[in-house]
Write a protein that binds this ligand. Sequence first.
Ligand code: TYR
Length: 321
Amino acid sequence: MLPLRWSLLKPLRDGLRHSRRHLSQKNLLELTDRGFFQGIFPDTAAPKMKQLFTSGQQSIYAGFDPTADSLHVGNLLVIMGLIHCQRAGHRPIALVGGATGLIGDPSGRKTERNQLGESVIDTNLKAIEAQLRRVFENHENCLWDTSKHKSPLAPLTIVNNADWYADLQLIDFVANMGRHFRMGSMLSRSSVQSRLESEDGMSFTEFTYQIFQAYDWLHLLRRHNCCFQMGGSDQTGNLMTGHELISRVERKREVFGLTLPLVTTEEGDKFGKSAGNAVWLDGNKTSPFALYQFFLRMPDSEVEKLLKLFTFNRSAHTSPF
Ligand SMILES: N[C@@H](Cc1ccc(O)cc1)C(=O)O
């Protein structure tokens, strides 16, 4: 993306300041229009969600586990979703999973993850945090000359779930929080079902993963008033567990999950580390040339979908920018 001149963007800046309401509404429509939302959870929540999005600043979070020392194109799609919300005046929160990375999300995986040591997790966390900051900063620098003008976008907040699990007492957590998780729902998640049916089964460690992602959301709701969580469609079960927990514990609060399509090959197979064909955002792991080739070689049938998802181009859409 070419850096744009500040003067050209002044109307946009003013637009953001003065008509957030209008922008939010447009932006939500735009996200739907672009094919961002594979699912909205609960599925009857669309009108309520629209009302919240347009009535004031919301916090929206997405989580990234430090399972590698770089994010990949699949994560980039979730980041694009967060940035779209940020452009509409909302506050993006990126959670890095210092705690959940030690457990390993079974969603979308056929086999148990190899356990990563704390020092590997720590190195990965730092790399991922730096990438997140860089993507958000670069995006902002494309819109505003931030050395001269304060950006009107709500800054990215990065949180690490290791911070709230560090002080948590096991017995206290199981005795008090554990009661709100129901075995029937937890067992019904497709990430659990598919593994229980497999030869290797599932460890208790991975089975507990959904509890922690659910509790993260409760924590972010209480601490950051965060009613929205975004994730790839493989995260649906984890979002449901969080939604269920919050409706039991915080009866007066309503939360919403947004699931995004997964970036797949033409055959519908997932790109990613576990599939062995990850396209990394780190230029040392996937060269800029290879990244370019990844998009260039996409079959025609995928191009429109990917352009809508991976650009802010407004010619074909109703984007406020
Ligand atoms: N489970 C998510 C990452 C995540 C971790 C913690 C959360 O609270 C939310 C999301 C994934 O694997 O993509």
